[in-house]
Design a protein around this ligand. Structure first.
Ligand SMILES: [Fe+2]
Ligand SMILES: [Fe+2]
Length: 533
């Protein structure tokens, strides 16, 4: 039996965790991880322990979707209390780091009034000394930046918080990742290895290349009592073979949300990888089984959890040759380096492409374009739209770009000319600033201010301006979070009356009335673009 050659089943969910909370990109940099630990995880756990029934009721209320409520029906207080206590015991340095960030902010607010910042280095909390530079902007607003690579080398970066939870997935419903920690149970296998461990690649290679059960058991350090469970995650049945696109031109396939695979003359490029697992469902979709063996470029548009999904990135890491990301602004708390984050989770060949920079290959290129807005007006540079050219065709992947200033696209048009197809997100309501960035704030923000600072993409007026500006023949609204398998990372449910649906319907109607093609993508879609010079 130890010699049976086995594959990993395609419906085995492998969630990356940080102290049992679903790991997303702010849980890797020590500073953002520390703030999320104290201001999100511990607060939500305390609240659940004090009022479990409030949480149980709140998760049933559609108006509170995406709120800070643990989705365990109020019944797992003892386990949550144990997780909270263990977190406090195991991560004192992160508690200290979080408090030090708040203290430094307070020092700057109180003492930095435009005069030299030099005396404030002495007042900087010890935990941060040597890891930060204090700065003003040109209007004497004080701030500080982290020397990020050094902080990763310190004891504040602790891989022992990282692990994976494996289980069988049979449907799309999963608890919301920002609110519900993952607790152990008999049907879950807790794989305690860090994200950069090479066994992660060995594990996911099992999706396409079988190995003997004896080897797998040893590799995953499966204990005797977990043997039957882990064995049930494996199968002797090989996956269906994948046939890469070998035709002329480009084939693009929509995998849901902003995840799009381009295949052209032997080159594969995958945008914002977010994959569903493979199981029976009413909504047809492409999954891991529809990826080529090798992906030349993964392109990430910006650092939001629905565009940088570790759960997918770690599954495909072994087949990815290069990852293109936008650079950050240099160490500010709200804008950590995506390149450093991805390197820390074990990704290789991470390339930063700056605004208006181009990377070329035979018969094609990708140019990074400015991406305004959708980040609550925070100084966050880690975001870019991408222009892909193949032969004489051009495709613009604008992700959640918000057209705050049409003149930007006027300038861009002069540089890049007309575009054949535009992919644009239109999540034009957007969550308020605190929904994602709240844990980074060290001073309470007024509700009205919070509500006005949203993570909002383009509305109809803003979107149609982009389409007209580039004379785009085809428009695809995407990245709307509507696929059912995205609920656990997006927590968004639209109706026909929701503004993003109303506004995107208007855009589609307007394009169609002009004789242009337009649609809102949902589920899966394949298009061949064959005429290429
Ligand atoms: Fe976004
Ligand atoms: Fe998004």
């Amino acid at each position: 039996m130890n010699n049976d050659y086995l594959f990993l089943r395609p419906n085995i969910q492998v969630e990356p965790l940080f102290d049992c909370w679903y790991a997303w990109s702010h849980l890797i940099p020590p500073a953002t991880a520390a703030r999320n630990l104290t201001e999100r995880h511990l607060k939500i756990m305390d609240s659940y322990i004090n009022s479990p029934q409030v949480h149980a009721n709140a998760v049933k209320n559609p108006k509170l979707l995406g709120g800070p409520f643990i989705d365990y029906g109020g019944e797992r207080v003892a386990e949550i209390a144990a997780l909270r206590d263990q977190t406090k015991r195991m991560r004192p340095h992160l508690l200290e780091l979080s408090a030090a960030i708040a203290a430094l902010d307070d020092t700057l607010r109180t003492h930095a009034k435009g005069s030299s910042l030099q005396p404030l280095y002495n007042m900087t909390p010890d935990a941060l000394k040597g890891y930060v530079e204090l700065v003003y902007d040109l209007n004497n607003n004080p701030s500080f930046r982290f020397i990020e690579p050094l902080l990763y080398q310190s004891h504040y970066y602790d891989r022992s918080a990282q692990s994976f939870m494996m289980s069988v997935l049979t449907g799309d419903d999963r608890p919301f990742v920002l609110s519900t920690p993952r607790l152990a149970s008999d049907s879950l296998f807790h794989l305690r290895i860090p994200f950069d461990d090479e066994r992660v690649d060995h594990l996911f290679r099992l999706k396409s290349v079988p190995r003997p059960w004896g080897e797998i058991k040893e590799m995953l350090e499966v204990s005797e009592e977990s043997e039957a469970l882990v064995r049930s995650f494996l199968t002797p049945e090989p996956p269906p073979p994948y046939s890469p696109y070998r035709g002329r031109g480009v084939r693009w396939r929509y995998f849901g949300h902003a995840c799009i695979l381009l295949e052209m003359s032997g080159l594969a490029m995958l945008f914002d990888p977010v994959l569903s697992y493979t199981y029976q469902s009413d909504v047809s979709r492409y999954t891991y089984l529809n990826l080529p063996d090798s992906i030349d470029y993964v392109v990430i548009t910006h650092n939001h959890q629905d565009h940088v999904l570790f759960e997918t990135l770690l599954q495909i890491r072994h087949k990815v040759k290069n990852i293109i990301v936008p650079p950050n602004s240099g160490g500010f708390l709200q804008d950590p380096s995506l390149k450093l984050i991805l390197k820390r989770i074990g990704c290789r060949n991470v390339i930063e492409l700056n605004e208006m920079e181009t990377l070329e290959w035979e018969n094609g290129s990708i140019t990074s374009l400015p991406f305004l807005g959708e980040h609550s007006d925070l100084n966050i540079r880690c975001k870019a739209a991408s222009l892909v050219r193949v032969g004489n065709r051009s495709l613009l992947f604008a992700a959640d770009s918000c057209n705050l200033e049409p003149r930007l696209y006027e300038h861009l048009y002069r540089q890049i000319g007309e575009i054949d197809a535009i992919f644009l997100g239109m999540e034009c309501d957007g969550a308020p600033l605190t929904w994602l960035y709240g844990p980074l704030l060290t001073k309470k923000i007024e509700r009205a201010v919070d509500e006005s600072r949203r993570l909002a993409g383009s509305n109809f007026e803003q979107a149609i301006d982009i389409v007209r500006r580039f004379n785009s023949k085809s428009t695809f609204v995407y990245a709307m979070g509507q696929e059912p398998w995205l609920g656990y990372i997006m927590s968004l449910k639209y109706t026909e009356q929701s503004r993003p649906i109303v506004e995107s319907n208007r855009l589609i109607q307007e394009c169609l009335s002009q004789g242009l093609s337009a649609e809102r993508l949902f589920g899966e879609k394949e298009i061949l673009i064959e005429q290429i010079n």
